[in-house]
Every structure is written in C-alpha cells, then in structure tokens.
Design a protein around this ligand. Structure first.
Ligand code: SOE
Length: 387
C-alpha cells in the first residue's frame, strides 16, 4: 500500500489525540494510503522524545521550519497553540505539503484568509479539525437534515460550557493570553459551535454579542500547566487578555435565528457541547456528554405519540460505526479524530476536498470576529463587514 509520511508539530493534549488517530485509522478502517508517523516536533527535547516513544513517531525534531521543508514529508499535522498556525500553514503550503490543522484556525480573520488563500493556491489538501462534525450522532443529524426530515430550520441553540478556570488561582496559560490564543472560549469553544451551525444550519449573516472576563489577573504558570491542568509552582500575577465567557445571537442567511453561549466559568460543566435545532418538520438535540445519542422529534408522528425519542447512534447503518463495534457498544471522544484521519486519507487518495477546511475556518472566523466587534461597539454587526 502507498505510504504517506506525517510530521506532527506539537506534542501536548491534541498531539496525543492526533497520534492516536493516525495509529487507529488504518487498523479499523479500509484506507488506501498508509500513514507513517515520521517526525514529532516540539520545543522541549526530552518531552518530545518521550512523546515520540509512546506514540511510535520514528524521529524527533525541534525546529518546525526545517520539518516543513523536508522532501520526504507529505502531511503536516499542526497541534500547536493558535498563534503558530498561520506561519506553519503558510510554510507548509509553500513546500507543497498537505495540511491537517487544529482549531481555532488563527488569531483573526485576516490570518485565516491568508492561510486559506495560500493553501488553495498551492493546490494542497487542507483540513481544519473541528472534530465534532465526525461524531456519528452529529454526522447522522446532518443526514436527517439533508433528507428533509427537519424541514425549514427556525432555531439553532448551541452552548459550549466548561469550568476548568473558575478557580482564580488557575494560572495564566497561553489559552488566556490574546497574543497566543486570539480570544478565550469565544474562539476555543464558540468556534466549534459556529462550525456545527454552519454545517447543520447554514451561513451566518449578522451577530450581536456580549463578552466578559470575570478574573482579570492570574498567577503566571509554573511547571506542566496546560489545558485543564493547573501544574505547579505558579508565581507572580499576569493580566488575562481574553474573554472568560462569550454569548452571541445570530441571524442566518436562510432566515433562521441562533443563540450561542461559550464559557469556561460554568461550574459543574466539564465539556458540555450541546445544541438544539428546531424545524418545521422536526427537531434535534445533541449533548457531547451523551455523545452516542441523538434526540429527534418527528412532527409527522401521530400527535398523541409525539415526543423526543433518543436514538442510540451505534448501528452499522449509522455514520462511521460499521468499522467499530456491534450495536450498543458505544464509542468516545477520540473516535471523531480517527474519523477525520480516515476521511483525510480517502480525500488524498481520491483527489477530492475534505470539509471543514481552511475555507470553512476562514468563514467561521469572520463570524467570530464580527461578534468581537459587536461586543466592543454594542451594535449588531453584519459578518460581511469583517474584511
Ligand atoms: C479546551 O477548551 C478544549 O480542549 C478545546 O480546545 C477543544 O477544542 C474541545 O474539543 C475540548 O476542550
């Protein structure tokens, strides 16, 4: 089987999730290309060596600029903090590498546009990892919508709530600094909800938003601090420069209305990615904390039998499931990453595009930036105003 060499840049939480996906994809699915875990690249030599050993990356490197120039590398997998995405994508495109990039795409719309244009011009395959699209229940929701089962969509309600920084002593990791993350949960979490809303409902036309930073100063991070991890040895205080919560209302081009809530201060909510869709023929609801289930209401059922039914999305006929386990043998968070790798390998083999890609990221970022403008001015902003 033809091989494709992958280099991963970044070795933390998402590094793990992606490494697992590159490994499991060809084991469970029939893929026409065999990914080779060639190079793991990270700044911390020892950490990168340990990571490479655990996950089976053949080599390590510390300078991503050299890695993207290597002629033997086919795919650059980017799992760094957001501020590095643009430079790595531009260099990867220039060197003709295919791109697998973590979300959120970039620090702002202008960066996202440059990234999309560079990849498009270079003719490389590009994918932006909004992984939830490939959760079977969400892929199935899309199927129901495309089959017309929900009819005309009136409302989208998307909330993405976490609570890992409610403690004011949680340190100022890169996620809480605008220069590295671009924004707080507005980018980290609303970017997922906007991606799902664009996937399931349609393009957003205008937004109004409010944002809040509840804790404005935090201790500087000590050792091992990161996503969901306070680490140890935090010291002096530094200024939080992103939102802690971002709420937004939206008008879609097709006339639907939407509400989005993203927060890292929703005590008790760990990774509560939840949405509801209400349409003329039916409704849908999804909760990541019950990710194998989809709630579906069919308005064509006899009126006295109507109600939300819970579909356990684990049949062989449901998206992606056939490759895993028999019905009822549920799957988890990491599987959507595997599905992304499978779809990317298939797209590469067949010469077809894959979504969401850098174009989708750019469109989503335009919505998110319009919301930032709205929160600053207190006015409704048309997405097309963001240039
Ligand atoms: C942290 O908020 C985080 O890891 C996000 O960055 C991911 O995109 C989300 O899927 C889970 O939470």
């Amino acid at each position: 089987m033809k091989k494709v060499n992958v280099a991963i840049i970044g070795t933390k939480f998402m590094g793990k999730a992606h490494s697992n996906a590159w490994t499991s994809a060809p084991k469970f699915f029939d893929v026409g290309l065999m990914p080779v875990l060639k190079v793991a690249c990270g700044r911390d030599e020892k950490g990168t060596a340990d990571f490479a050993k655990t996950w089976g990356w053949e080599e390590t490197a510390s300078d991503w600029k050299k890695v993207v120039e290597r002629p033997d590398i086919d795919i650059i997998d980017i799992v760094t903090p957001t501020f590095l995405h643009k430079d790595i994508v531009l260099a990867a495109a220039k060197n003709g590498k295919h791109i697998f990039c973590e979300k959120p795409i970039a620090l702002n719309y202008a960066e996202a546009r440059d990234m999309y244009e560079a990849a498009d011009k270079a003719g490389v395959l590009h994918y932006l990892n909004h992984n939830y699209r490939r959760t079977p229940a969400i892929a199935f929701a899309k199927q129901l919508i495309d089959e017309g089962k929900i009819g005309q969509i009136f409302h989208w309600r998307g909330t993405y709530l976490q609570d890992w920084i409610t403690d004011p002593n949680f340190p100022l990791t890169w996620h809480l600094q605008k220069e590295f993350a671009g924004a707080g949960p507005h980018y980290d979490l609303n970017s997922h909800s906007v991606d799902l809303a664009r996937f399931l409902v349609g393009e957003v036309e205008a937004v109004s938003a409010i944002m809040k930073t509840f804790v404005t100063e935090r201790p500087l991070p000590g050792k091992d601090a990161g996503t969901f991890k306070s680490g140890s040895g935090a010291s002096d205080m530094g200024k939080v420069s992103v939102d802690d919560a971002a709420f937004m209302s939206a008008e879609f081009e097709n006339g639907a209305l939407g509400a989005f809530e993203a927060s890292r201060f929703a005590s008790g909510r760990k990774n509560y990615n939840y949405f509801e869709i209400y349409g003329s023929k039916g409704s849908l609801a999804f909760n990541l904390e019950r990710m194998n289930e989809l709630e579906y209401l069919n308005l064509e059922d006899p009126v006295d039998e109507q109600g939300f039914r819970t579909i356990l999305v684990t049949n062989a006929t449901h998206p992606y499931i056939d490759a895993w386990w028999p019905p009822g043998h549920i799957i988890g968070y990491e599987h959507a990453f595997t599905h992304a790798v499978v779809d990317l390998l298939n797209a590469l083999e067949n010469g077809t595009p894959i979504t969401p890609n850098l174009y989708d990221g750019m469109k989503g970022m335009q919505v998110l930036e319009a919301a930032i403008l709205s929160a600053k001015t207190g006015k409704k902003v048309n997405v097309s105003e963001v240039k």
